[in-house]
Design a protein around this ligand. Structure first.
Ligand code: NAD
Ligand code: ZN
Length: 356
């Protein structure tokens, strides 16, 4: 088991990267929390992984309850949080109890928000089971739900006590979901590690073949890059914004398409948009745009959206929280492995990029 620690001002927490659930009970026990645990999962994850997780926790003496959510972004709502609160009350979980999120980013974001707010905060443990949640969402403490058509409109920063990553859980994930998660992985390379991008390009086949060594390396690298950024800027005052590469356009596409595309797919399209914008601003040559597109295609991600409603996406960008005084704040690439933050005043340029 590989252990990585995220060191934050108020608390640190371990991230365990493993190939099975054998040490789950023991690891949770070491947190010295109360005996009651509510495991929140969704229907798909439940089918494959909750039995083993719950068994391991019970073996270590925990009293475990389970709540199964309907899967998918459309259920990332306050209603889902409400149902969790009802279970927490019904099973009499108190401030020393724990809420475990077993699933992808949707389960993690919903459960984390419930954990942050129930009794002003109970212990929260993430067991991410998707490429996206292992690479990105389980680390860093952003939690929340969508509201009234707006992505992540309601939420809180709330750090987990533990992230327990069994990399083999993603073997049961549909291939499209694996690719979607890889968009955030590519993002990590693009913002600060050009060599990592090369590694991804060279090992694409092994990733899709679920090669344990390659998956472990990815998990380690992702946690280290995301951890480093979050440690320096937990509440996104400045530096953490670099993790939004591809997300200004990506979120807009996601909402404009009524969440019919996966988050990672929209991020992939957004990443290409950010590189095109940098190219139009003469920051980098077209060959770099093509290189990034080739990497995304290799990882089976979309790089454009034929027939996309450019006006709708453009409008949606202005709803995004990064908009200030009608100016668009973007994270843009300087080269592969380095980004900068820039306020785009010529918004027509953005429209052109979307139409490219
Ligand atoms: P998800 O949780 O919806 O999971 C994707 C699909 O895979 C779902 O249908 C799920 O049921 C299924 N699934 C999950 N694990 C499985 C497994 N091991 N085997 C089989 N099926 C499995 O989506 P996601 O891609 O993990 O996360 C996307 C969400 O994460 C978005 O809502 C996004 O906003 C959020 N996010 C949050 C952060 C953050 O910092 N909090 C960062 C990035 C993304
Ligand atoms: Zn994302």
């Amino acid at each position: 088991m590989i252990r990585h620690t995220i060191n934050l001002k108020e608390r640190s927490y371990p991230i365990c990267i493993t190939t099975n659930f054998d040490e789950l009970g023991k690891t949770v026990l070491s947190l010295r929390t109360g005996k009651k645990i509510l495991v929140v999962t969704d229907e798909n994850v439940d089918r494959f992984h909750s039995e083993e997780c719950i068994k391991r926790l019970e073996e270590s003496g925990f009293e475990v309850f389970k709540h199964v959510l309907a899967p998918g972004e459309e259920y990332k709502t306050l209603d889902a949080v409400y149902e969790i609160y009802k279970k927490l009350v019904e099973y009499k979980l108190d401030r020393n109890s724990s809420l475990v999120a077993l699933g992808g980013g949707v389960v993690g974001d919903i459960s984390g928000f419930a954990a942050a707010t129930y009794m002003r905060g109970i212990h929260f443990i993430q067991i991410p089971t998707t490429m996206l949640s292992q690479a990105d969402s389980s680390v860093g403490g952003k939690t929340g739900v969508d509201f009234d058509g707006h992505k992540n409109a309601i939420g809180a920063f709330y750090q987990p006590r533990l992230v327990f990553m069994n990399i083999n859980t993603i073997k049961t994930l549909p291939k499209r979901e694996v690719s979607a998660g890889l968009a955030e992985v590519v993002k990590h390379g693009l913002i600060m590690d050009a060599e990592y991008c090369e590694y991804l390009s060279d090992n694409a086949g092994k990733i899709f073949a679920f090669d344990e060594n390659v998956l472990q390396y990815l998990a380690k690298r992702n946690v280290s890059i995301k951890g480093q950024v979050v440690e320096q800027d937990e509440k996104e005052n400045d530096l953490r914004a670099v993790l939004n590469l591809g997300h200004t356009i990506g979120h807009a596409v996601e909402t404009a398409m009524d969440f019919k595309l996966l988050h990672g797919e929209c991020v992939s399209i957004g990443i290409v948009g950010a590189f095109r914008l940098s190219h139009r601003m003469e920051v980098l040559p077209e060959s770099i745009v093509e290189q990034v597109k080739a990497l995304l295609v290799k990882l089976e991600l979309p790089v454009s959206l034929p027939g996309m409603d450019v006006d709708k996406v453009f409008q949606q960008i202005f709803y995004d929280k990064k908009v200030k005084d009608n100016k668009l704040k973007f994270v843009l690439p300087r080269r592969i492995g380095e980004v900068f933050q820039y306020t785009v005043e010529d918004t027509e340029l953005v429209k052109k990029v979307l139409a490219d």
